[in-house]
Design a protein around this ligand. Structure first.
Ligand code: SF4
Length: 442
């Protein structure tokens, strides 16, 4: 019987059946429960201390695979409060004791660093953070778990998984100008609902995915959990291989694709050419509306960054739109590169200079204001348009704040206009301007 990507990857790591079913020797089927070896484990500074305390409690303070156990200081980094600074000390001590890898303040967001430096196609990654699913773009079975589950994964190098059923999400057609993978995933979540794919694996495929950059693919996989999914997988191909080559580990490339006769619980088809920019309205991610319903809403703060849209390609899109323009005087702009290497490249390319001259406040690589502990907490009644993945009430540190989610292009257009704006207007104007200059030269 044909296998989905989730079945293939979990099967290749399965030791034996834990409860029910008969998986062993590399064969598992959706619905079965398998005991699997884990390749990579991650915690962040919110969840790491809980995991460490659990291991201390049961006298199991060790890492089975220290070179691929990564403890991140990214959510509240640099620390804004004494208790959080003390949590950082706990994490640093654990890393020292177990020889696990420590990703220090300023290195960047866990999911970006994991993609840049640790995760390979065919791996199983468990992380004490819900957006661990980002790694599915590299064709790894990457999934978020609670701190105690990840603690045991760290110590023993194993976990158990119920093999999820898979929804195939086939995206064909070509994106229109001004429409991006973020619009696609928000559209998808709006269509299916926040619990539309609970505990399913999503498999993104089709010609629009085949042509999509790794950066765009990470955005899709990152938000799989916002539809309730356990994982968001994409088959590995030449684009995956090139990404690994750029990260210095092309030898880790493995071509993985689902079988032609794989069994899917559902097939969802989307025509990318019909998509337009969209915005998630407060206070749920699936409250998605077309850009024309959002245009004109006053915005106090624009936030560009996070594990969803804080990569170089995202900053490039922003810079293309803001170049030669002025930020709206009543709208703040916060930009947080997703990692140190993104930051360095953005400096090299001149993006940071353009952003600063435009009026952006640039923060150290990390989560920034995404989780609401520092660096941009909203005031009462204030509205923020962000490139992040969640807009729950209170997410940015104030339940009286309002968060709208959109693509980096929409964020850039909004920072110029001071109200939610359609990025296509700015891109079209730029094109017209170029044409006029050319015509004058002739
Ligand atoms: Fe979580 Fe935001 Fe950090 Fe991503 S950037 S890991 S969503 S807090």
């Amino acid at each position: 019987m044909g296998k989905t990507l989730a079945e293939k990857i979990i099967g290749s790591h399965a030791e034996k059946s834990a409860i029910g079913g008969t998986p062993s020797g590399g064969e598992v089927t959706a619905g079965e429960i398998a005991l699997v070896n884990v390749d990579v484990c991650l915690t962040q500074d919110g969840t790491g201390p809980l995991a460490i305390r659990q291991l201390q409690k049961i006298n199991l303070e060790k890492a089975a695979n220290p070179k691929r156990t990564v403890l991140f200081l990214d959510h509240a980094a640099p620390s804004p409060r004494r208790e959080l600074a003390n949590d950082h000390i706990t994490i640093r001590k654990f890393a020292e004791k177990t020889k696990a890898c420590l990703s220090e303040v300023g290195e960047g967001v866990c999911h970006q660093i994991i993609a840049e430096s640790y995760l390979n196609p065919g791996d199983i990654l468990i992380g004490a953070d819900s957006h661990t699913c980002t790694g599915g773009a590299l064709c790894a079975f990457a999934t978020g778990m609670g701190s105690t589950d990840v603690a045991i994964g760290i110590a023993l190098g194993k976990t158990w998984l119920r093999v999820p059923e898979t929804f195939k999400v086939e995206v064909n057609g070509k994106f229109q100008e001004g429409v991006y993978p973020k619009d696609l995933i928000l559209h998808f979540i709006g269509m299916i609902g926040a619990d539309g794919a609970t505990y399913k694996a999503l498999e993104f495929c089709g010609e629009a995915i085949d042509k999509m950059s790794m950066s765009g693919r990470f955005t899709l996989s990152n938000m799989a959990v916002e539809a309730g999914a356990k994982a968001g997988l994409i088959a590995s191909d030449d684009i995956t291989k090139e990404f690994l080559r750029q990260q210095g580990r092309v030898s880790k490339f493995k071509k993985l694709e689902p079988d032609k006769d794989a069994i899917y619980e559902k097939v969802i088809e989307i025509d990318a050419s019909e998509l337009v920019p969209v915005v998630s309205f407060p206070h749920t991610v699936d409250n998605v509306k077309l850009i024309n319903e959002a245009c004109g809403i006053k915005i106090d703060q624009v936030f560009i960054g996070t594990c969803t849209n804080g990569r170089l390609e995202d900053l490039k899109v922003v810079v293309q739109i803001i170049q030669g323009k002025k930020k709206h005087p009543k709208t703040r702009l916060i930009v947080v590169p997703a990692s140190k290497s993104v930051f360095l490249e953005a400096m090299k390319t001149g993006y940071i200079r353009t952003l600063v001259e435009f009026g952006a406040a640039i923060m150290a690589p990390g989560c920034g204001p995404c989780v609401g502990v520092h660096e941009g907490i909203l005031g009462d009644g204030e509205a923020c348009l962000a490139t992040m993945n969640r807009n729950f009430k209170g997410r940015m540190g104030n339940p009286e704040g309002f968060i709208y989610l959109a693509s980096p292009a929409t964020a850039a257009a909004t920072a110029i206009a001071g109200e939610i704006a359609d990025p296509r207007d700015f891109l079209v104007k730029k094109k017209l301007k170029k044409k006029t200059v050319k015509a004058k030269k002739r």
